[in-house]
Design a protein around this ligand. Structure first.
Ligand code: GDP
Length: 549
């Protein structure tokens, strides 16, 4: 059940039915979905490319048309993207491998790190944690890990760049165990590293996969496999590496727990793989094992119980909105994770929050050049819907009995700034813009407790969100704004709200603001101040993400 929160254990099946269930079970069985969590430069792009190689036909679902039109667009928005050399849009990459449909949800990283990066994890069933062998755990990976942990996602670890000098493998595993509280299980084990990287030992099959330095990774890698008992081994490996391998394997066995899939699926144990994405070594081994061990699309918790993916009606939720691809139309694309049933183009669905009926006729247009890929979509897939302002983050769309999925929480912002409107005559547009951008999930908005200070506080996960807000305020609402940065970097919601906060009395080294729902949020200059307040007031329950409204 890893990908979802199991509520009271009640599973709502819906009307018992027919062939649709068989079809759904078949499609769910052959679907896997995951997101990569990593720090910039660990090799996410490289690994993604190599994974796609194994997929043969590559489909970019979710944003095909969007991407394409973007290439030709010359709007300011695109100029902003081009200037910064980033892509504000993100895609879902679909590929077939061994008759399995794999959906790779792209988590925006680097300079475009934003709350969307976290939200993408709400649509994922599995996460792949990518580490640079020389660096081990890095800040962005840790943050994303926390979100995965909150959601109980299974985590698969790929330790990359083994062809370069790195840290000791055992040390890297120890770091995962100690710092993340995640039990690592090495599925394969590296033989040497850097200049002396010779390959990996597959602990389950008892085979060595030899690394060929000549393979340049633009094709599927040449993979020479020999058994551990093979007499050629001593010629192929330097003697010291051979003995080191034997020693380390004995050590692992002695330390050893077995691979426990239920622990993997509940996010307590992580299967670990070593390789070199650049030279395409270890990627296929990883992919094969991932298919075997990862979670299929599972049930999702809703207002009427847990809904299994073979529930015969189509349901899904919006996890991300993408604004303004085409400035002439001010289109918005809503990305929907399909939870149950079969999505068909032109289908009519109910929108849980407003009770409206919405015809999903646009995807056909959106994907005109890639029509076949959206004739139908199944649980675990992501579809992009043209959003005429109907959808907000976390919205449920459904057929059949009314239900709503658990929303997507607000994630702890780390950057704060007053947004000022220097031109009083633009008061109305300013407020409209702020409200709409907040509703759309482009940014979180907070307010001072002191009602005479009316400037909204923008609260963001990444710097880009500020720029996007200012840009859109100007271009869509005609308001030129000013930003005044605030010196905070940590936000915590108070469980129990104002009542709980009043009880503890005066707090030091923190300010209290209100979020858009009037709930108290404590802002701290740094993590240390936050911990200090927490240790002085253990009765105060501080949360790094906001309860869903
Ligand atoms: P991203 O920022 O995580 O998307 O990382 P990239 O895929 O762009 O890779 C960052 C840099 O690391 C690039 O220069 C890659 O060529 C390099 N790189 C990626 N994988 C490997 C690897 O397995 N070995 C080595 N030596 N370099 C790698």
């Amino acid at each position: 059940t890893g990908g979802c929160h199991v509520g009271d254990g009640k599973i709502y099946q819906g009307p018992m039915s027919t062939e649709i269930k068989d079809e759904l079970q078949l499609e769910v069985q052959r679907r896997r979905n995951f997101a990569i969590i990593s720090h910039p430069d660990a090799g996410k792009t490289t690994l993604t490319e190599k994974l796609l190689l194994y997929g043969g036909a590559i489909h970019e679902a979710g944003a095909v048309k969007v991407r394409r039109s973007q290439r030709h667009a010359t709007s300011d928005w695109m100029a902003m993207e081009q200037q910064r050399g980033i892509s504000i849009t993100s895609t879902v990459l679909q590929f077939e491998y061994h008759n399995t449909q794999i959906n790779l949800l792209d988590t925006p990283g680097h300079q475009d790190f934003s709350e969307d990066t976290y939200r993408t994890l709400a649509a994922a069933d599995n996460a792949v944690m990518l580490e640079d062998a020389a660096k081990g755990l890095e800040p962005q990976t840790r943050k994303l890990f926390e979100v995965c942990k909150m959601r109980g996602l299974p985590i698969f670890t790929f330790i990359n760049k083994m062809d370069r000098p790195g840290r000791e493998p055992l040390e890297l595993l120890d770091e995962i165990e100690q710092e993340l509280g995640l039990h690592p299980y090495p599925v394969n084990w590296p033989i040497g590293m850097g200049d002396r990287f010779k390959g990996v030992f597959d602990r389950h099959k008892g085979q060595i996969h030899l690394f060929e330095r000549t393979a340049h990774g633009s094709r599927e890698a040449v993979d020479t496999v020999i058994d551990l008992g093979d007499p050629r081994i001593e010629d192929l490996l330097d003697q010291d590496l051979y003995y080191q391998l034997k020693e380390e394997l004995e050590l692992l066995d002695a330390l050893g727990s077995d691979l426990d899939l239920s622990a993997v699926h509940s996010g307590k144990m992580t299967p670990v793989f070593f390789g070199s994405a650049m030279t395409n070594f270890g990627v296929q081994l990883f992919l094969d094992a991932f298919l075997e061990y990862s979670l299929k699309p599972g049930p999702h918790n809703s207002t009427i119980g847990d809904i299994p993916p073979d529930y015969p009606e189509f349901t899904g939720f919006v996890f991300k909105l993408q604004a303004n691809m085409d400035p002439k139309h001010r289109d918005r694309v809503a990305f929907v994770r399909v939870c149950t049933g079969r999505f068909e183009k032109d289908m009519t669905v109910s929108h849980a929050r407003t009770g409206k009926t919405v015809r999903l006729s646009r995807p056909q247009k959106l994907f005109a050049q890639d029509r076949e890929s959206i004739e139908a979509a199944y649980p675990g897939d992501v579809i992009g819907l043209n959003n005429p302002g109907v959808f907000a983050i976390g919205d449920t769309i459904y057929n059949g009995q009314k239900l709503e999925y658990e929303g997507i929480p607000c994630f702890s912002p780390e950057l704060f700034a007053y947004l000022k409107n220097p031109n009083p005559s633009k008061f109305k547009q300013f407020n409209k813009g702020i409200t709409e951008l907040r509703e759309e999930g482009a940014i979180q908005i907070m307010y001072s407790q002191d009602d005479s200070k009316r400037d909204p506080i923008l609260a963001a996960v990444g710097q880009l969100q500020f720029e996007v807000v200012q840009f859109r305020m100007q271009n869509e609402y005609g308001v030129e704004t000013r930003l005044e940065l605030l010196p905070y970097s940590v936000a915590r919601w108070v469980a129990g709200g104002w009542e709980a906060l009043t009880k503890v009395g005066r707090l030091f080294n923190t300010v209290t603001v209100k979020d858009s729902w009037g709930r108290p949020v404590l802002l701290f200059k740094n993590e240390w101040n936050c911990q200090q307040v927490q240790s002085e007031h253990p009765e105060l329950e501080l949360r790094s993400s906001a309860p869903v409204v």
